[in-house]
Design a protein around this ligand. Structure first.
Ligand SMILES: *[C@@H]1O[C@H](CO)[C@@H](O)[C@H](O)[C@H]1NC(C)=O
Ligand SMILES: *[C@@H]1O[C@H](CO)[C@@H](O)[C@H](O)[C@H]1NC(C)=O
Length: 400
């Protein structure tokens, strides 16, 4: 009879299908529904406004009860400010972008919005590929001219109140303000991204993380005009690995202490990272004013500096323009910071500057295997109110 044979065939088929789905790494393959933005009216010609089309594609994906992909084919898609809001039925949405999303040519269109593309209260969203071209350079020129009629500018990609987010293979180009902001999120993986903006573009931080837990930034390159990564209050368990930074202002924890009541930053690792010609390398800074903030459990390990102005710096006397803070003391408590295996060149004579609060000295500061030179000579260090220890070879070593 044919029946047992058919049954066997079906079993083999199901097995094959099972393995096929498991082996395919891209969640696009597993997704049951696929929404192409073109079928919602998007045009990849660079001039037709596709904001509505993208908004509709998102609404469809969001309402899906299955894993879903929004697909953006090659082409340039003109998008205005667009909020992708949550409350989705689907908790597995892949946004696969083979094209470039471009902002309006006139910077004033986005300039007053907080964000160009914002995702709020979403869960399980993955960005794969794509370029975001915010065309911010005209706004930078406006700001540099010093007239007061320039808008603040928009963050390129803002992700807030969201969980299980993955950003993979994205390019962010010439943001008006911050490139990527991760705020009040949990479990975020940023991998293989590129950030590019001019070294003198104002406030164009590469990735800003705050009030977030379990964020990983790996294998990425950030060239911009402000911090490559800036880390704000209430950040926990942040891992940064294999990042190349520069031009830019380095990787910075702070400025903490802007508010009196503030949560701290805890458990941050920066490792296998290279800084090229940056204004700072690894920096912790706090305002010179009262605060409940803290920074603890930070490790900077296996780091190379090429011609960096302040390779290792703690600055607790941050008081820009001497406004609202002169003659005050930082309340931010800094504890347990490890600097290990850091080598390369400083662009200034002082390669290690640890300038801590007179009221709350930095505690548990460890320097281990550090070798920083300035003009082929041993550089200098400068420390105030620091309690800590040096291990192994530490050059310069006239501090701890
Ligand atoms: C610190 O953060 C890392 C991830 O960056 C995590 O694996 C580790 O468990 C955290 N440690 C503590 C004590 O929470
Ligand atoms: C420190 O680095 C300099 C420049 O790379 C090198 O010449 C020197 O040998 C290093 N010192 C030690 C003790 O490793």
């Amino acid at each position: 009879m044919a029946k047992p044979c058919n049954l066997l065939y079906v079993i083999v088929l199901v097995f094959n299908l099972f393995f096929l789905l498991r082996i395919q790494p891209s969640s696009a393959a597993a997704a049951k529904t696929n929404y192409n933005v073109l079928s919602f009216g998007a045009k990849g010609n660079g001039v037709t406004d596709s904001t509505q089309a993208f908004s509709k594609a998102w609404a469809a994906a969001c309402a899906s009860t299955e894993p879903t992909t929004i697909y953006v084919p090659k082409g340039r898609y003109l998008l205005g400010s667009l909020a992708f809001t949550g409350g989705c039925k689907s908790s597995d949405i892949t946004i696969q972008i083979d094209g470039t999303l471009v902002a309006p040519a006139d910077y004033r269109v986005l300039g007053k919005a907080d964000n160009w593309l914002s995702f709020d209260q979403v869960s399980g969203v993955s960005f794969i590929g794509g370029a975001l071209d915010a065309r911010g350079s005209a706004l930078w020129v406006c700001k540099a001219a010093g007239t007061n009629d320039c808008p603040n500018g928009a963050t390129t990609l803002s992700i807030t109140n969201s969980n299980n987010i993955r950003i993979n293979g994205l390019l962010s180009l010439n943001s008006q303000l911050y490139h990527i902001v991760i705020n009040r999120c949990e479990n975020v993986l940023v991998e293989d991204i590129k950030v590019i903006a001019s070294g003198n573009s104002p406030n164009t931080d590469g990735i800003h993380v705050q009030q977030s837990m379990n964020v990983k930034i790996i294998k990425s390159s950030i060239k911009t005009g402000d911090d490559c990564v800036s880390i704000g209050p209430a950040t926990n368990n942040l891992w940064i690995e294999s990042v190349t930074c520069g031009p830019g202002h380095g990787i910075s924890i702070g400025s903490l202490g802007k508010e009196m009541e503030e949560e701290g930053v805890q458990n941050v690792t920066v490792t296998k990272t290279v800084f090229i010609g940056t204004q700072n390398g690894v920096r912790i800074k706090s305002w010179a004013r009262p605060s409940n903030g803290f920074v603890q459990g930070v490790q900077f390990i296996d780091i190379i500096m090429h011609n960096v102005q302040n390779p290792i710096i703690i600055d607790q006397n941050y008081c820009p323009h001497n406004l609202n803070c002169p003659n005050q003391v930082s309340g931010v408590k800094i504890k347990d910071v490890l600097y290990k295996n850091i080598r390369g060149t400083s662009a200034t004579p002082i390669a290690i500057k640890l300038d801590c609060s007179t009221k709350y000295p930095c505690k548990g500061i460890k320097l281990q295997s550090v070798n920083l030179t300035y003009l082929k000579q041993v550089a200098q260090s400068s420390c105030a109110n620091v309690i800590g220890k040096a291990f192994g070879l530490v050059k310069p070593d006239n501090c701890l």
